[in-house]
Design a protein around this ligand. Structure first.
Ligand SMILES: [Fe+2]
Length: 193
């Protein structure tokens, strides 16, 4: 897993920068599928909370109103995904902290480059969609993995909750594809026709 140890906010004197991550100095101990399941959930929790911070910037950067509102919708859903994960942690009696999802940090960093990009706003929108779809695919892979682990562990109710989020990630991805194939691309190519 491409994630490293994350200092808990309460233990972190630099809590004003909660996204600061630290490289893992000890190997991840995976003695059971349950251990792996918890690590996967923490990875997702870190990914989702990072996204809650990043999506408003993407919505603000979008030139297309349709894209801006799609990002806003994804933000609202993402907040719901964070809440679902928190309720899962509560139910299984595990803490949500302990991991920083380095992959999501990288994906968001790429998105920030597009947020700051200059030039044709329609072309930048197409780039923002690409960045957001990379995020969606990463999350879909993570939720698919966690859902399958939950099933193997007999945690059927948790598996259903994870499937619900997985479905929403899939729908968000489809919505972004449809925007990419309509408004944004038409606008970007029309100048050259
Ligand atoms: Fe999500």
């Amino acid at each position: 897993m491409a994630c490293s140890t994350f200092a808990r906010r309460s233990e972190n004197p630099f809590h004003l920068q909660p996204r600061t991550s630290f490289m893992r100095f000890t190997a991840l101990k995976l003695n059971s599928l349950h251990d792996l399941f918890i690590e996967e959930l923490r990875d997702l929790y870190s990914a989702e909370t990072q996204l809650v911070d990043a999506l408003p910037k993407m919505a603000e950067a979008a030139a297309s109103q349709e894209l801006a509102s799609a990002f806003q919708n994804i933000l609202e859903e993402t907040r719901g995904h964070v809440s679902r994960l928190e309720s899962i942690f509560k139910q299984i009696g595990e803490k949500s902290s302990g991991e920083t999802c380095e992959a999501m940090k990288g994906l968001i960093k790429e998105g920030e480059i597009l947020v700051k990009a200059e030039g044709d706003p329609d072309v930048r929108d197409a780039g923002l969609i690409g960045a957001a779809q990379r995020v969606e695919h990463y999350e879909m892979a993570g939720y698919g993995t966690a859902r399958s682990l939950a099933r193997r562990l007999g945690e059927n109710q948790t598996a259903e909750i994870l499937q619900q989020t997985l479905d929403e990630e899939g729908e968000a991805n489809k919505k972004l594809t449809s925007i990419a194939e309509s408004q944004v691309n038409v606008a970007a190519t029309s100048e050259h026709s």
